[in-house]
Design a protein around this ligand. Structure first.
Ligand code: 13P
Length: 254
């Protein structure tokens, strides 16, 4: 059966010192509350902090390490880039791919994301693959066609075995960092649609086993309602993952 996951995407926030303090607070709270039984927690700090933060996390414990991006090649002359293999070597387990900020600001398209997915899987890491529509697309009533195409072109080229490693995140662009969350009905409707698409592309079992996260202004106040939806298996949290109390409240929302 699929896992529930709450993942914190720090984006380009926090200094190293602030990050260490945050991790230590989260680690204490997660341990105190012994909440971890039915939730896997993922922290995705900026790349320079990964190694040290990874060392603070207990192996086999509830908190896992994630990266926010990686390069599609295994190694070589790609100044400034980090490979999936390198991430794996410092204890990373998950890699966020296809975030709308990377699609928009770094022109990442389906072709490039396909290569990155392959690289992440080849390194033994699990992709958190993001999809989501803009406000324009939603208002034009084209959300479902748009998401179906993102899944088809970006993700469904994977084999059954590869796809079994994937976590999908639905992040409507209009909800990211705007304080405007999708209603739980909107989230459920899309998540059920994504699961249906997975069943068509693979099979019913793959669809049942895939964790589908919601992201976009999720916070301590709305997480419980969102996570109570049958097809919402957790969240990919931006702003609220930078405050230990808020993030822990979200984890407790299951
Ligand atoms: P916010 O939670 O800040 O809206 O960000 C969501 C997000 O983009 C997570 O990847």
């Amino acid at each position: 059966m699929r896992k529930n996951i709450v993942a914190g995407n720090w984006k380009m926030n926090m200094t190293y010192q602030d990050g260490l303090a945050l991790v230590s607070e989260i680690t204490n709270m997660v341990a105190d509350e012994t909440l971890a039984a039915n939730v896997e927690v993922v922290l995705a700090p900026p790349a320079p902090f990964l190694h040290s933060i990874g060392k603070l996390l207990v192996a086999g414990g509830p908190i896992h390490l994630g990266a926010q991006n990686c390069h599609q090649k295994e190694s070589g002359a790609y100044t400034g880039e980090v490979s999936a293999k390198q991430l794996h070597s410092v204890g990373v387990e998950y890699v966020i791919l296809g975030h709308s900020e990377r699609r928009q600001y770094f022109r990442e398209d389906d072709e490039l994301l396909s290569q990155k997915l392959k690289a992440v899987l080849a390194a033994g890491l699990k992709p958190i693959f993001c999809i989501g529509e803009s406000l324009e697309t939603r208002e034009a009533d084209e959300t479902f066609e748009y998401l179906a195409a993102q899944l088809q072109n970006g993700l469904f080229h994977l084999s059954n075995e590869e796809f079994a490693q994937v976590v999908v995140a639905y992040e409507p662009i209009w909800a990211i960092g705007t304080g405007k969350t999708a209603t739980s009905q909107q989230a459920q409707e899309v998540h059920a649609f994504i699961r249906e698409q997975i069943a068509r592309a693979y099979d019913a079992e793959a669809a049942l086993n895939t964790t589908i996260l919601y992201g976009g202004s999720a916070n301590a106040q709305n997480a419980r309602e969102l996570f109570s939806q049958p097809d919402v298996d957790g969240g990919l949290i931006g702003g609220a993952s930078l405050k230990s109390r808020d993030f822990t409240e979200i984890i407790k929302s299951f």
